[in-house]
Design a protein around this ligand. Sequence first.
Ligand code: TTP
Ligand code: CA
Length: 390
Amino acid sequence: MDEIQNSTRSRQNPLNRGPRGNIFLTRVIGHIDLDYFYAQVEEVEKPSLKGRPVIVCVFSGRTEDSGVVSTANYEARAFGVHSGMPIVQAKKKLEGRNPEVIRMDHEKYEVISGRVMDDVGRMVDALEPTGIDEAFFDITDSAGSDYGRARRSADSIKEAVMKGEHLTCSIGIGRSKVIAKLGSDMAKPGGLMIITPEDTESFLAPLDASRIYGVGPKTTSTLGEMGIMTVGELAKADPAELERRFGRKFGKYLLAAATGSDADPVVAGLEPTQYSRIVTLRRDTRDAKEVAEQLSEGVQYIHGKLLHSGKSFKTLTAIGILTDLSTKTRSKTFETAVSDPSLMSETLPALFDELSGTTGREFRRAGVRVSGLEDVEDQTSLSEFLRPAR
Ligand code: TTP
Ligand code: CA
């Protein structure tokens, strides 16, 4: 049975020859990018915002409206609002459009980003996060280099992100990182673009050279001087001339990118630096004990993660999301790394008590996070340490 599957696989799968003539499977590389991330998170949290212009802002605090737009949903973008625009200007553009202006809550987006990356990471061979809302992934092995199977994997990833966090994302799939990134850019918002190895050349050729990852205004202008406007023209450029103008490394990269043969691998993200769990409370409350009790499953989950990865932690953080949906945190750092679940459960009520004392609002959601992870190695757990010697 195995043999039959294997032979079917090798007949269906495009094989490439490497530089030394060795045969290797065509890579299947993906790029996932969450749509209008911060603003979409806010919409998910408050569905009544859907359909209205939403801008998420970083207030500098100098005057009431000084600061910039961090991101905006598509309703706001339709009126010319974009990331980096002064809040005052964005408000002008949205005058009379009933916009919702929201203060950026980085902590909240980090937590959600972490959960998305965890979920997607489990569905791919390797995941390389490159920002809070984007990552490259490799599914060459799991898709068996078959682009039909790759499409189904990408659909499953999109469904998982929707089911887990109610967020839409855009995905591009191709045989290199450059192609995958171009694909996700073009698929925005909410789409999936698959560029098969056979279609790669015709896909790339007409694009502006400036769309290639890493090609900024300066490179675009030098390419322009060489009479190169499109990726297709770049692919036909003289390699020696490219290296002379741009240096050996970047010259080679440009040519590889333009022919869709850039070989940069997907490097699985570094080990996790933290574990967290957030729950929606059964009712809004300020009672720290009640909050901590409802996190007992979260504590068990984190304990499992620690055991599994052979880690202990130094810092424990209580995360409170209040009824006004702002996120507040309180942390305790231990002198030596610990991993004991009962220590987490015992410390959390005090942290939530401190939080509730400073906020004056009820908690709607609550979470627990451990960070400052260290390898357990031969370090004894706290409970063992405290156990009386026999
Ligand atoms: P992007 O992925 O660049 O933008 P986006 O997710 O808002 O929109 P798109 O649908 O086009 O992908 O950035 C991710 C997040 O990073 C974004 O939601 C907010 C934040 N960000 C800033 O805070 N300032 C900025 O200038 C940019 C570009 C992004
Ligand atoms: Ca994005």
